[in-house]
Design a protein around this ligand. Sequence first.
Ligand code: F6P
Length: 549
Amino acid sequence: MSDVTQQSAWADLSKLAEDVKQTHMRDWFDADPSRAEAMQAQGCGIFLDYSKNRVTKDVLTALFSLAKAQGVDAHRDAMFNGSTINTTEKRAVLHTALRNFSGKPVMVDGKDVMPEVLATLEKMEAFTQSIHSGAHKGYTGKSIKQVVAIGIGGSFLGPKIMTEALKPYTHDAVKVHFVANVDGCHIHDVLASVDHEETLIVMSSKSFTTQETLQNTLSAKAWFLKQGGKQEDIAKHFVAVSSNVKAATEFGIAEENIFPMWDWVGGRYSLWSAIGLPICLALGFENFKGLLDGAHAMDKHFCETPFESNLPVILAVLGVWYRNFFDAQSHVLLPYYHYLRGLPAYVQQLDMESNGKQVTMDGNVVNWQTGPIIWGSEGTNGQHSFHQLIHQGTSIIPADFMLPLNVPNQDDTHHAMLASNCFGQTQALMQGKTFAECYADLDGKGLAEDERKALAQHKTMPGNKPSNTIMFDKLDPFTLGALVAMYEHKVFVQGVIWQVNSFDQWGVELGKVLGNQVLDGIQGKVNDDNFDASTQQLIRRFRNANAPD
Ligand code: F6P
């Protein structure tokens, strides 16, 4: 992997960017009626229109050349083959093995991991069935009706957001609640709303060291005992998902109640593992399997499709184009589907924890931009707030619009309005509205000439703002699995192009360590002068406010 800025494709792209910056997408659409048809791709039930991007055929050719020159093919193969591509943690990266239904082995350190993966899926299926059928009883003989899933980061976002996105597939046997934050308000509210005799706690932590998850589980355990449960009853009400079985058993979880995962599954890629147990409980195992099937189909698409029609690769290189040649700071995700409203937060962790990096794989500081800020929320709500900045602000913010063509309980008027807003936004972003058009609109409005010109200036929409439109028939488990895997692979391709390790998260780790040290400071276990003056002051103010009377 060589310095990306030294690639000849990089130099070509720099030159092409100068020309493209002088051109308006409107003119390309006027000049070429086949543009929309030429700039589309599909796979696994997902359709992508990327014609409203500031790219020409030459730009795309150079972007694909850059991806090839950076070795995307070889890196992809290395990931799927179980090579130790997470070099700083000396781990393979094999979330794809969790959804590998090819029947082929996947080797890590000379051992096929597939038997363990499949055995864990069987365990998840059997457990889910025992809960749904009522065969698994709580300690007083009642069936489980409520599940409280405790975890944070990847041990929370995937399960919660996929469950939410697939609401129409909800199984009616249990209600699943999710708790992540260590802010006690949340766990207390949730526990206050459930009956301990009918409640199962699913504690999910890959490392089993995460402060928030351990504390929330301790609070749940204390609540269970206070409500009348005994220590020996815990086995019927607490299960854990972790790669750290030793720590989980030491914590008090019965060994048979631990669902394993492996260090070759990154936290933000873990929803496909037993971390997905709350999804099974909420939706039924067959729907969880549907997610895995969709992701597996996208893995095949990613591995087998030429770059020019490869969904994750196209999205990745477009992102590189704006980040590195247009100085785009952020990328916005706009799902026009209420149930998919959590996707921006999901992709935020996936992308920002993966590619928020400043050194290359070999430890040199990069001199190019890496991962963008990911943000967004459901449409049409954003149209009445932050879209203003996307339309007329001074930054370029590439957008992914998403829309299902069919929705559950379809009301044709609502759905047509939703779709028209989605398409209308992409059109407005692309076309804009010229000063001349705005000036003409103000004819006959009784304005003085100066006033008319000034107002027309305010109303002028530059347009030329890029967007992708991603559509699918309906958001079933298969399609959602494919959609999420598409973003995983997009992030992977960008990481390869930028030469970063997309699979570690040292910045996050430092925060965890310092958080624990400060806790010691707050609890008076270490001296205040261990901290800088500002932090000392904050700790003292907190301690004074919480001092016993
Ligand atoms: O906070 C960062 C992180 O390490 C994420 O990568 C991970 O998903 C999350 O913490 C939770 O970690 P664990 O599953 O080990 O509790």
